[in-house]
Design a protein around this ligand. Structure first.
Ligand code: 6PG
Length: 244
């Protein structure tokens, strides 16, 4: 246990070992949820870290997952066409969703074809509220990464979106390329039943140490703001990210 926030830390030699363990655990989560309530909802993260996990879910575990009962959402998106190589949706399609028999209606991409990100954010919020608005929880599993400066989803240090307590989805401008993004906010991220951070690489060791530390400021290390009201948070990290 990392601290009294009931955050757990699972350590692995490298990204391959981390991804293999996470994949096996996630399959159990999916199968258990589907047998209990007939469904499983997951929000995918972008970036590169999830690629290995996606590959394992699409190959080794492809036939163990009841894809028809799985719904896929996204924690954030770059405001680029879904055909753009920077698109988180395209990455998920290429590494996972195009390779498994998931019904197209179960996939809920963040739209990026509106006139501007504000309307796209409003549209996605409406979709999320339609899916989760009547219950206490949001996603059965929220997958998140963490940037080397401690951002998660597209919640970067210093963003006003870090203090949002009503809207579930906001357009943001971030100090990364591309700058225009859409991000889910803490109000919905923290309704998840389980949050898995996948963090690998030595360039993240400084911010990971700060995020795991019980003190500190969410405006400086946004990943610290992920504290589900009734869910669990597990950090799946490799030794490099722990400074090893
Ligand atoms: C994005 C992600 C972002 C990502 C981190 C880590 O849109 O880029 O959602 O939050 O998880 O930047 O990215 P890597 O996995 O590539 O290090």
């Amino acid at each position: 246990m990392v601290d009294n926030l009931s955050r757990e830390l699972k350590k692995f030699c490298d990204l391959d070992e981390l991804s293999a363990a996470a994949a096996e655990n996630i399959v159990r989560l999916i199968v258990g949820s589907v047998s209990r309530k007939g469904s499983f909802s997951v929000a995918l993260s972008g970036g590169n870290t999830p690629r290995t996990l996606h590959h394992l879910l699409a190959t080794r575990y492809r036939n163990e997952i009841p894809w028809e009962n799985v719904s896929v959402f996204f924690g954030d998106e770059r405001y680029v066409p879904h055909t753009d190589e920077q698109s988180n949706y395209l990455m998920a399609r290429e590494t996972l969703l195009n390779l498994v028999p998931i019904p197209s209606g179960n996939i809920h991409p963040i739209p990026t074809d509106f006139v501007g990100p504000e309307k796209a954010a409003e549209a996605y919020e409406a979709e999320l509220r339609s899916a989760f608005g009547n219950g206490e929880n949001s996603f059965d599993l929220l997958l998140l990464g963490m940037g080397k400066e401690g951002h998660t989803a597209s919640l970067f240090p210093g963003l006003p979106a870090l203090d949002e307590n009503r809207r579930w989805v906001l357009p943001v401008e971030v100090p990364a390329v591309p700058a225009k993004r859409i991000s889910l906010t803490f109000p919905i991220l923290n309704r998840s039943s389980a949050v898995y951070f996948l963090v690998a690489g030595g360039d993240k060791s400084g911010s990971l140490a700060k995020v795991l530390d019980s003190g500190g400021d969410v405006h400086i290390y946004p990943a610290k703001g992920v504290i589900p009201s009734s869910g669990r948070v597990v950090f799946w990290v490799d030794s490099a990210a722990l400074g090893g």
